[in-house]
Design a protein around this ligand. Structure first.
Ligand code: SF4
Length: 374
């Protein structure tokens, strides 16, 4: 969640800082003792006081609409421009670390645009470690994503190591294209660090190098990813495969699953519906197929995976795109702030159990709702 504190612009405590939100005074001292900054939000006076700086700022009525959504122990960043961002929501049970949007592939249907990736920078390792400190020690799940997190190179090893030390009971999920794990010593470092409760999720876009590399627009990426998967299979973490279903590969899904069944130790396969922004919308003619067509293309693969005893999920698919028998595979996978429904959804009998659609996929006119009557 992004929000504002215009009063901060004239008297910033720092150019950029993190702070733990507190709604009462009682834990401010203990937060300060472990080296955290605190943003004490006082409802009555509609102010925020930053500690240890002891600077107070009034929050305007318009800005308060967002500030009042903050919960105790959330973590926020403040820029001297007055832009604030909640990077950790304490009641979510999950925290995400973004290593930056930079990536070493340029997938045709990526929801991030090529220009965003080109101009993005990697987040400094020390900043990522500082974010982890604000999650607290009890956080059950941490997701590390990019861009491509392995572009941090040894820095990613350091970040994972730090997360393990600070949050020892947390499950760690790394979202990566897996190419860098073709470098054996690098993959082996993760084989040592990650344990059975952790997970690495890697996309396979085609059943062969020609199709996969055409989608990633990175020659050699298929061979690197497959090599990486084989080395990671020597570890104990769970290995998840993600198949992003688009016009570029929907005819190939069954063959992709056949390939996966030849790989060692794949524990989860998730089929992903498109988020229509960034490259995906720029390349709409090449990439987009209607969600029901994408879901239907997965059915044969789903049946093979069920027979092989592999866990399956359907990510980002609304229920009206999926046959009833597969509804139990649909997952709550869209970030809360991106979930939308169309006016037609109001008459849908299953809206209360449907996880919705990406705001971008609706606003670009790609999605057609098919309200369910019974
Ligand atoms: S019509 Fe709307 S609420 Fe109903 S299943 Fe489709 S997206 Fe979900």
């Amino acid at each position: 969640m992004t929000f504002y504190l215009s009063a901060y612009r004239s008297q910033p405590a720092a150019a950029y800082l993190f702070a733990r939100v507190r709604l009462s005074r009682k834990e401010i001292e203990s937060d300060l003792q472990i080296g955290l900054n605190v943003a004490y939000v006082e409802q009555e006076s509609q102010t925020v006081t930053l500690y240890p700086f002891e600077k107070s700022y009034s929050i305007s009525d318009a800005e308060w609409l967002r500030w009042k959504e903050l919960q105790d122990a959330d973590a926020i960043s403040l820029e001297n421009t007055g832009i604030c961002y909640r990077f950790y929501q304490a009641d979510a049970g999950d925290a995400t670390i973004v290593t930056g949007l930079t990536c070493n592939t340029n997938c045709v249907m990526c929801p991030v645009s090529e220009s965003s990736r080109c101009h993005a920078q990697l987040t400094p390792v020390e900043e990522l470690k500082m974010q982890i400190r604000y999650f607290g020690t009890e956080i059950p799940h941490i997701t590390i994503t990019g861009g491509e997190p392995t572009l941090l190179k040894q820095g990613l090893v350091e970040v994972v190591q730090y997360a393990k030390e600070q949050c020892p009971s947390s499950e760690i999920l790394i979202l990566t294209n897996g190419r860098t794990f073709s470098v054996a010593p690098y993959a082996q470092a993760f084989n040592q660090l990650l344990v059975a409760q952790d997970q690495i999720a890697i996309p396979i876009h085609g059943s062969n190098a020609e199709r996969h590399d055409a989608i990633t627009q990175a020659r050699g990426s298929f061979a690197q990813t497959i090599t990486g998967l084989k080395i990671l299979a020597q570890g104990t973490m769970r290995i998840e495969i993600r198949i992003v279903v688009s016009k570029l590969n929907y005819m190939d899904i069954s063959d992709i699953v056949d390939l996966l069944l030849t790989l060692p130790r794949i524990t989860v396969v998730n089929f992903i519906a498109l988020e229509m922004c960034g490259n995906a919308i720029k390349n709409r003619e090449q990439a987009w197929i209607d969600y029901p067509q994408a879901a239907a293309a997965c059915e044969d693969g789903i049946e093979k995976l069920v027979s092989a005893g592999i866990d399956i999920g359907l990510y980002n698919f609304p229920l009206c795109a999926v046959k009833h028998k597969y509804w139990t595979l649909c997952r709550d996978s869209i970030s809360d702030y991106k979930i939308r429904y169309t006016p037609e959804c109001e008459s849908c009998k299953v809206k209360n159990i449907c996880y919705g659609v990406f705001n971008s996929t609706i606003s670009t006119g790609c999605f057609v709702a098919r309200p369910i009557a019974e």
